[in-house]
Ligand binder design. Structure first.
Ligand SMILES: NC(=O)c1ccc[n+]([C@@H]2O[C@H](COP(=O)([O-])OP(=O)(O)OC[C@H]3O[C@@H](n4cnc5c(N)ncnc54)[C@H](OP(=O)(O)O)[C@@H]3O)[C@@H](O)[C@H]2O)c1
Length: 256
């Protein structure tokens, strides 16, 4: 493994390794941070992406760019397909769309995902936080009832990428789980992990003081991915059963 800063090392990295495939996932992914640190967000998500992806193009690598449901405004009731026109309503979404445009210009592929949850390193994610709070007990677990998207398990995204690469997929595809509100998702987790769904307390989007605007319903239509990949993406219990197993493994490994 090599650690690199894509704002400095992109071209050198690509030229040193001359990869056949580049899957570009690095970004400032924190939506509120992007709204506060516009320059940093633009530098990483757009400028560094352009340098990295252009270097990848020059060595003839197949390009895959990981993008987001937040390129859509979420105003029309969700289930956006790959052909719908994006219209971001926050700075993060704008920078991701600009990197999508660079990817398109270079003939690369765009894989949109949404509300990623799962085990492993990285920022805390909603799915894992809900399980942890329910397991600890005694804590209020709040979840927003009026914001919808398509929660997606990280390792299912990994499986999808393996299949997309095998198939030499080229185009745009939405690799996401089913349309759910945060509240519905949290209740599904409670049910699946054997807790009472009543432990999940409903709140409204306006109850949360987010810095950046959130699309109300940025759920994505995943029909193309289901047909292409043969993964039961709309079965939340399928994803949660994998998630549960992975949490158990992570816990077992962490034990001294
Ligand atoms: N989270 C979601 O629900 C969601 C939804 C749709 C799409 N996505 C996309 O998924 C990807 C990961 O997002 P995330 O939410 O998991 O965000 P994250 O936890 O903040 O992860 C961002 C990743 O990018 C890396 N990174 C940031 N700046 C970098 C730089 N200058 N050079 C090299 N690497 C850098 C980070 O590395 P370090 O850890 O070393 O800083 C980290 O591995 C992003 O492309 C995001 O747009 C996420």
């Amino acid at each position: 493994m090599v650690k690199a800063d894509i704002t400095r090392d992109s071209t050198r990295l690509i030229n040193d390794y001359r990869p056949d495939v580049v899957i570009h996932m690095a970004a400032i992914g924190n939506v509120d941070q992007c709204e506060e640190q516009l320059d940093l967000c633009y530098k990483v998500n757009v400028v560094a992406s352009r340098e990295l992806l252009t270097a990848a193009y020059r060595v003839g690598a197949a390009i895959y760019y990981l993008s987001t449901d937040y390129v859509f405004d979420g105003e029309r009731g969700g289930m956006y397909s790959e052909d719908d026109a994006p219209r971001p309503i926050n700075y993060y979404g704008l920078t991701k769309l600009l990197a999508e445009e660079i990817t398109r210009a270079l003939g690369g592929s765009i894989v949109r995902v949404a509300w990623i949850y799962g085990t492993g390193p990285g920022r805390p994610n909603f799915g894992k936080t809900v399980v942890e709070k329910l397991t600890r007990g005694g804590e209020v677990v709040t979840a927003i009832t009026d914001q919808w998207s398509s929660p997606t398990l990280n390792t299912i995204i990994g499986e999808a990428f393996a299949k997309l690469l095998d198939a030499k997929f080229n185009g745009v595809v939405h690799v996401v789980g089913p349309r759910l509100s945060r509240y519905e998702f949290a209740r599904a987790i409670a049910r699946h992990f054997g807790f009472s769904e009543e432990l999940i307390k409903p709140i409204r989007l306006t109850d949360v003081n987010y810095r950046a605007r959130r699309p109300k319903d940025s759920s994505l239509n995943n029909r193309k991915a289901v047909e292409l990949l043969g993964i039961p993406l709309n079965d939340i219990d399928y994803a949660l059963s994998i998630f549960k197993r992975e949490l158990e493994t992570e816990k077992a490994i962490a034990k001294p």
